[in-house]
Write a protein that binds this ligand. Sequence first.
Ligand code: ADP
Ligand code: ZN
Ligand code: ZN
Length: 679
Amino acid sequence: MDCRILKIALDTPLDFIFDYRWQGDISILGEPVAGQLAIVPFGRREIVGVIVEVGNSSDLPQDKLKDVLGIRAQIAPLSAPWVALCRFAADYYHRPLGEVAIPGLPKNLRTLKSTALDRALKKIGKDLAVHDATPAGMTVLNADQQQAADTIAAAEGFAPVLLYGVTGSGKTEVYLQAAVQILMRSAQKEEPAQILILVPEINLTPQLENSVRARFPGVMVATLHSGLAEGERMMHWLAAHHGQARIILGTRLAILASLPHLKLIVIDEEHDPSYKQQEGLRYSARDLAVWRARQLAIPIVLGSATPALETWHHAQSGRYRKLALPARAIKDAVLPKVRLIDMERDKPADGITSTLIAALKLRLEKGEQSLLFLNRRGYAPVINCDACGWVSNCTRCTSFMVLHKPEHRLRCHHCSLELRIPKSCPTCGNVDLQPLGRGTQRIEENLQRLFSQARILRIDADSTRRKGSAQAAFDSVHRGEVDILIGTQMVAKGHDFKNLTLVGILNPDTALFSHDYRASERLFAQLMQVAGRAGRAAQKENGSASEVLIQTRYPQHPLYAAVIGHDYDSFAAVLLEERRHAALPPFVYQALLRAEAKELQSALEFLQLASECIEHPGITMNDPIPMTMTRVANVDRAQLLIESASRPALQAFLTVWIAALRDIKTRARWSLEVDPVDI
Ligand code: ADP
Ligand code: ZN
Ligand code: ZN
């Protein structure tokens, strides 16, 4: 028997790497190595960890150490660059290494019998034999696309590229043809290559997966997203980790996948907020992707019609290379004409103006599809009593209970509290309770009344709860079984609806006056995205030009002028100038300390102590304030924003600060977010 001390990263709330003893026969089992997965006892559980170091000594007495239960030696060790990526993310976001490294690993690896694992590996291994990167059915690229694909494929070393292409300009085709070149070149050199493509929405993966599989019949494709069953997830993860999968499609979490032969990263719709994880390890998949590309010295493509201002700033300053696709790819498909409907003049009955109704009618007569976009699900955001002023507040949150009519429920979208719709006012007994405002369910109801012959479909988080139902809904739109689609941001992104020629945008004004400095950037991107669903195919012979109608009370607002002009460039220039002036990102770097407690006071007190606990030259400490939505699920929340003109200075400060924060005695729970996006 030989004995080794293994330092193992575990996913525990503690910022620790734990020492374990390994006692095995090296002549049979081989020497344990860093990067291998080990199963260890932790408390009463058995969990998987990653060996980060193999040695002979520990700071703890040997007899205090627990024994490793087993090492998954059939699985190749995780590579040093992968461990480095996790270490970087852990350091940068100031979270435990195990929290970065472990959650992405398939859970099955812990419970699976060794023989079952061997079988899985054998199954994946067989597919290796059929690897052939020769593409099928290549689209002929236009000149801009060709130049972009060639430039990406020819890039050497770290090469960040912004693919700035209007909606429908054929960015996907550029990614795929750059991928073809890279895979073919590697095949010639008999080197494996892997391409990672990230999309913002899980619902966009099937569309992309179909294109990729059709294009690369001889290449193994893996998908990584939260919708996979455990067994599938393990197979895909192993295929990526052992290098058999050459193209990997996924959502943000795939950025932490083990991809030992990674040669190209693509982030589609790179501006999308969903690349930012909003709980736990609050990482930006886009930022980690750029780091990963630099570390591996490979190209990375950030694709968007409305890049994040951070990205745009880098492209303007020359740090990122900008490749533009200024026109739609399909011959005779043109960007839709955008018009505003002034709601002061054309007063909507039930949320839809007469102009929009007429436009919908016209499309129905022509047999073309329409999309109504309203980023608010449910029937009405609140119900109230006219007699006494009662409103359906959530008892546990600073928010309203939303009326969900088909489900006969009031629901809080923040704490998931559900109640039956009261028959009468809980305060005065009035039976005439009124819904205020409109959500997608109410618009759907109106549409059914207005267009009783039309096939109307609503797509939002409520209508797609069942596994597979979102896919079925999107498929039916693609098959032309829907005349009018009503949906939230779920329908706004990325989908290539071919027969859709009218987009109506119902209530975008609320975001115009938000206190969040990112609101206009987001709104603009969202409007351009959803507008971009219209007119993606050539106009039909008897058809009319595609158009986008925006219902607004502020037709003079400059944001709408930019949307009408499809003018991202000028709008971005104005926003960046405002940010520079106001010293906001990307011109400063921020971190946000959040605290939550049963009593707001405890949270604020903790933040006050935090702001005073150490010296902070070069760092701006703002005042602790309650969060806009102060209470969620009976917990009060407050925040403290800190800023610096220098990223390294901010990082250095955070390292010292976190240690000091741990010494503060408090009942508040706190967490730190680096580069926060929702402040
Ligand atoms: P984007 O992601 O830029 O919005 P897509 O990649 O979805 O655009 O492409 C829009 C449409 O144009 C798709 O139907 C695609 O098949 C088609 N397309 C892309 N490139 C070409 C091309 N060179 N010739 C003809 N059609 C193309
Ligand atoms: Zn009442
Ligand atoms: Zn609630």
